[in-house]
Design a protein around this ligand. Structure first.
Ligand SMILES: [Zn+2]
Length: 325
């Protein structure tokens, strides 16, 4: 208030003399929350699925532009905005978050996807390793890394400084997914950038990788399921232990409102849009019908919940204490 009054009272010359240091103060204030965010460990969340201990780690979250430029392509922007408003969400930007998952089965420590890695650090992401530490795990504890698919936000954390980030791990990935990305036919296509990421981060680990198809078991109680479309070999994973289930849906749906309430809407990130929409309907019909819990990589942290089928889509219900009692 004091500075405001002084500003109002002061003439132009005095104002100009003051403005530079005032701007510096403003800049420092604007940077302060970011530094504080960095100082605190990233969010982690742990719960039990039968005998499995599941730890969700927030690799990062970032504002990601106008929602209608990613979700509901071809729909009138007003229609996208109305759906957001009905769900108490901003219409000008959306937040994309990233949730790798660690599953400790008692005999194996299985990591599903690896976050943005070094490439995401400037934007506040790439915090998986920090999150693991906060949750009581070292990178060396990870015995199996599973890749749901090979987009940059899932494979970015495989390597650190040109070396495997998880020194003791073996890897499991989809054969169909890998074959697509390493194919020389990708050169000169929109997939060329993604191919570079796969060649840098996944291919060096190919000798330690088991390439699988839908239906294969990662370990007893963890099974790959087909959900092709978001990427050519995108797969999801069913976890089952002591009669409890959790489906890791990866990127089958990428927004808890726009992708779930309007599963037929086209999504920029979906490489085969009709196939992705069909996979969304199939997977979430099953999850709704069986009242299963699911964990979606881009759902709001801790990225876990349920869906009720409604009006041609699904209403997202975040997890509460269902696994605690
Ligand atoms: Zn993703």
């Amino acid at each position: 208030m004091v500075s405001l009054n002084r500003r109002v009272l002061m003439g132009g010359a005095a104002m100009a003399a003051l403005s530079a240091p005032m701007l510096m103060v403003r800049a420092a204030q604007a940077d302060a929350p970011k530094a504080a965010d960095r100082a605190a460990p990233p969010e982690t969340h742990r719960f039990k699925v039968g005998g499995f201990e599941v730890t969700v780690i927030k690799d990062g979250a970032r504002p990601s532009g106008a929602p209608n430029e990613t979700f509901g392509l071809g729909e009138p922007p007003r229609v996208v905005s109305e759906l957001l408003e009905q769900n108490f969400l901003p219409t000008d930007q959306f937040v994309n978050s990233f949730a790798p998952v660690l599953v400790n089965t008692g005999s194996e420590v299985v990591l599903f996807d690896t976050g943005l890695g070094a490439a995401g650090r400037e934007g506040g992401g790439g915090r998986l390793l920090e999150g693991l530490k906060a949750a009581g795990y070292a990178p060396e504890d990870v015995s199996i890394v599973v890749l749901t698919h090979m987009h940059g936000d899932h494979i970015g954390g495989l390597m650190e400084d040109g070396k495997p980030a998880f020194a003791n791990a073996r890897y499991i990935a989809g054969q169909r997914e890998y074959d697509f990305w390493v194919d020389p036919a990708r050169v000169g296509t929109p997939a060329e950038g993604g191919q570079k990421g796969v060649l840098a981060n996944v291919k060096p680990l190919a000798e330690k990788t088991t390439f699988i198809a839908p239906g294969a078991d990662v370990v007893s109680g963890i099974t790959a399921m087909e959900a092709f479309g978001h990427s050519p070999g995108h797969m999801i994973y069913n976890l089952e232990s002591d009669g409890k289930r959790l489906v890791l849906t990866a990127d089958t749906a990428n927004h808890f409102v726009l992708s779930l309430q309007r599963p037929d809407w086209e999504v920029k990130f979906d490489m085969d849009k009709p196939a992705a929409a069909a996979a969304r309907a199939k997977v979430f019909d099953m999850i709704a019908a069986d009242k299963l819990a699911f964990l979606g990589y881009h759902m709001p942290f801790p990225a876990t919940g349920y869906v009720e089928k409604r009006d041609g889509g699904y209403r997202f219900v975040p997890k509460a204490y269902q696994f605690d009692i």
